[in-house]
Design a protein around this ligand. Structure first.
Ligand code: COA
Length: 138
C-alpha cells in the first residue's frame, strides 16, 4: 500500500520519471526541476506524492493564488490505478487548501483527456461549460 507524503524537492526526480511514462500528461517549461521546486516552495502543504518501495507512484501538484486553488498533474502509475490513490491525493490537496482558507478549487483538463469524464465527473467535481480559458505565454 503506497504512503502519501508532501511533495518536496526530494521527489522531483521521481515525479518527473512517473510523468514521463504517464499517458495523457503533457509537460511544459514549468515542469523543469528549478521551476517545480519554486512552485513547491510557494505552495507548502498542498502538493503530494504517493510512494511505494521508494518509488513515486502518484502525484498531485496543487497551488493557490490567494482566491482559488488549482490542481495539476494528477497522475497514478498504471499498476496502482483504481485503488483510490488519486482520490486520496486530491483529498490531501483539498484539505491543504481549506487550511489555507481557500474554499474552491479548479482542475483544468484537456477536452480529449478520457479521464476527464472517467475520473473528475465521478469523484464529485462539477464540469463547467460556462467558462473559456484564455492563456498567454510571456
Ligand atoms: C486519472 C487518474 C489519475 C486516476 O487515478 P486512480 O488512482 O486510478 O483514480 P481513483 O482510483 O481514485 O478513481 C476514483 C474513481 O474515478 C473513476 N475512475 C478513475 N479511473 C477510471 C477508469 N480508468 N475507468 C473508469 N472509471 C475510472 C472510478 O469511479 C473510480 O472509483 P472506483 O475505482 O471505485 O470505481 C489515472 O488514471 C491517471 O494517472 N491517468 C493518466 C494521467 C491523467 O490523464 N491525468 C489527468 C487526469 S484528467
Amino acid at each position: 500500500m503506497p504512503t502519501i507524503a508532501e511533495f518536496t524537492a526530494r521527489e522531483i526526480e521521481g515525479a518527473l520519471a512517473l510523468w514521463a511514462e504517464t499517458d495523457h500528461l503533457g509537460l511544459t517549461p514549468e515542469d523543469e526541476p528549478v521551476a517545480l521546486s519554486g512552485f513547491l516552495q510557494r505552495n507548502p502543504g498542498l502538493s503530494h506524492v504517493a510512494i511505494d518501495e521508494g518509488r513515486v507512484v502518484g502525484t498531485v501538484l496543487c497551488g493557490h493564488d490567494g482566491r482559488r486553488g488549482y490542481v495539476h498533474h494528477i497522475a497514478v502509475a498504471n499498476a496502482y490505478r483504481r485503488n483510490n490513490l488519486a482520490s486520496r491525493l486530491i483529498e490531501r490537496a483539498l484539505v491543504g487548501l481549506q487550511s489555507s482558507g481557500i474554499a474552491k478549487c479548479h482542475a483544468l483538463v484537456f477536452r480529449d483527456n478520457p479521464y476527464a469524464e472517467l475520473f473528475w465527473s465521478r469523484t464529485g467535481w462539477q464540469l463547467r461549460d460556462d467558462v473559456w480559458v484564455y492563456s498567454k505565454r510571456m
